[in-house]
Design a protein around this ligand. Structure first.
Ligand SMILES: Cc1cc2nc3c(=O)[nH]c(=O)nc-3n(C[C@H](O)[C@H](O)[C@H](O)COP(=O)(O)O)c2cc1C
Length: 221
């Protein structure tokens, strides 16, 4: 009898781990924007679904033959530039994470303790809404996740993003841009909030990053 109970518990645990974030609530709002996922020069445009139902956007059983997607959030264009260089070098598709309520320069004022960004960063539970088309993560094996560092961490919208998708079976590669702060804390937070995926060590880039720097980094992965 003890063996049967042990077998049943093991089976339940395996089923629970199969989809590590099925219990997460998706914070992303789907709209009909056709700009969200951009076809790279060497790959076919991915299918993006318009459903808010996380389970319908994920299909981890497909053979994706190493297809990669570069996702990024960028408030002032620096991370966008790096993301585009990564997509160029790797031939990956690219997807911009856009805030449903765009950030103004007042929102981004880190000298103002009452600015939107400062308040969001002071509250780990905040999940700013994402707008635009959802990704079909089932189309990809590798997902790059890029963002700026805000107050030493990931912008809270990145937590919305990682909690909106199931990364099980995916290689996840975080990268950031910042004035000087490292990626470490943001990387740990995102990995914990995503709850699954094979996370590679993250990489911080400066605003002066060149394609050569990107190529050198890609070779180390
Ligand atoms: C609200 C806010 C907070 C920031 N906090 C930091 C920080 O803690 N450390 C740092 O090195 N840079 C910080 N920065 C600078 C950005 O990380 C840097 O300029 C980044 O490259 C901007 O990327 P983006 O243009 O893609 O938005 C901050 C910028 C903003 C707007």
């Amino acid at each position: 009898m003890k063996k049967i109970i042990a077998l049943l518990i093991t089976a339940v645990l395996i089923l629970a781990l199969a989809s590590c974030s099925a219990g997460n609530t998706a914070g992303q709002t789907a709209t009909n924007s056709d700009e969200a996922v951009t076809e790279s020069a060497s790959t076919k445009a991915p299918e993006a679904t318009k459903s808010d139902d996380k389970t319908t956007t994920d299909n981890n059983d497909k053979d994706n033959s190493g297809k990669a997607l570069v996702t990024y959030f960028s408030a002032t264009g620096t991370t966008k530039g790096v993301a585009e260089q990564i997509a160029d070098v790797t031939g990956a598709d690219i997807y911009e994470i856009t805030a449903a309520k765009p950030y103004t320069s007042e929102d981004l004022d880190y000298n103002d303790s009452n600015s939107r960004a400062t308040k969001e960063q002071n509250d780990k539970a905040v999940r700013p809404e994402i707008s635009g088309k959802k990704i079909n993560t089932g189309d990809y094996d590798t997902i790059y996740i890029g963002f700026p560092i805000w107050w030493g961490e990931e912008p809270r919208i990145m937590d919305t993003f990682v909690e909106s998708y199931d990364f099980s079976g995916k290689t996840v590669i975080p990268f950031c841009t910042s004035g000087s702060s490292p990626i470490d804390t943001a990387e740990d937070n995102l990995k914990a909030n995503a709850g699954c995926g094979e996370w590679k060590d993250g990489k911080r880039f400066s605003a002066e990053t060149t394609s050569k720097d990107i190529e050198t980094w890609i070779k180390t992965l």
